[in-house]
Design a protein. Structure first.
Length: 291
């Protein structure tokens, strides 16, 4: 941990196989060094316990939902059950009752951040097997064929005692959980857990969950800059800040999907043409609108 601090890292991330008994002392040492503590919730812990042990941020919305999952799912949440268990049980969770209500109250009061990566849950629970996730639909026909084929894996295979509609209802409940966190004042930062191509879809899901387009945009700009303590130099377009920005055709403050319509990129003092960057990256054209 001291090495991480010395190497310039700003935080540490715990994963599901980490020993729950180590979280509190490790988090205390991280905080002593000024490091942010976040990550998966170790198997056998619930998010409220992770927060009590020192978490500043919960990564992935299915780990927030783990508060209401059966013990059998919590005990194996370091494996596939963090997805399959959530897909099976989330649809029946009462977001207005115990234990979710008290967890959200704690997160809002203590300003525990959530990085939902809701787009991951959508790609697992919503598409039929072999279908394309909505995150990649705007890029159909522009991706290298092998890449597009990989993206057509579809959602998780549904257990014989469930249906695809069950999984979709669980995804809807995760979306409702995000809406509840947002309306309750839980800080949200946007992530994808993917290639980065999915980011605009993540923000579209936020808008569908009740964020304004401007609020959704903030989760990918000024909110993470504030979280990392660099908001004085980046995260918004202000005189004196780093001129790392994109110019898009459209108005993302009204329609968040316009973020895909990038025309110019300014980064590191260089002005770059977005179409040339797409071509250099293997894309054969611009994405289409998914809205």
């Amino acid at each position: 941990m001291q090495r991480a601090k010395a190497d310039g890292f700003t935080g540490i991330k715990f994963y599901g196989s980490y020993d729950p008994t180590w979280v509190a002392p490790a988090a205390a040492e991280a905080h002593r060094l000024g490091l942010h503590v976040h990550g998966h919730v170790p198997a056998g812990m619930r998010p409220s316990q992770a927060i009590a042990s020192g978490y500043d941020e919960l990564t992935h919305i299915y780990f927030v939902m783990m508060e209401a999952m059966p013990d059998s799912v919590v005990a194996t949440s370091n494996g596939i059950n963090r997805f399959e268990g959530t897909g099976r049980y989330a649809k029946n969770v009462d977001l207005d009752g115990s234990p979710i209500k008290s967890l959200i109250t704690t997160m809002a009061t203590r300003k525990i951040v959530s990085d939902p990566t809701l787009v991951v849950a959508e790609s697992l629970f919503v598409p039929e097997n072999g279908d394309l996730s909505p995150a990649y639909a705007p890029y159909v026909g522009t991706l290298p064929p092998a890449t597009e084929r990989d993206f057509r894996q579809g959602g998780f295979a549904v257990p014989k005692d469930l249906t695809r509609d069950d999984y979709r209802k669980s995804f809807a409940k995760l979306s409702a959980l995000l809406s509840l966190m947002h309306s309750s004042g839980v800080p949200i930062v946007a992530g994808t857990d993917g290639s980065g191509l999915e980011l605009v879809r993540e923000l579209e899901l936020y808008v569908a969950a009740g964020f304004s387009p401007s609020e959704a945009l903030a989760t990918a700009t000024i909110a993470p800059a504030h979280l990392l303590g660099v908001d004085k130099t980046t995260g918004s377009i202000t005189a004196g800040k780093s001129a790392d920005l994109v110019l898009v055709e459209g108005d993302p403050s009204r329609q968040i999907g316009d973020l895909r319509n990038t025309r110019t990129v300014m980064m590191g003092g260089k002005l770059m043409d977005a179409d040339a960057l797409r071509e250099a990256s293997g894309f054969s054209g611009r994405p289409t609108s998914a809205e």
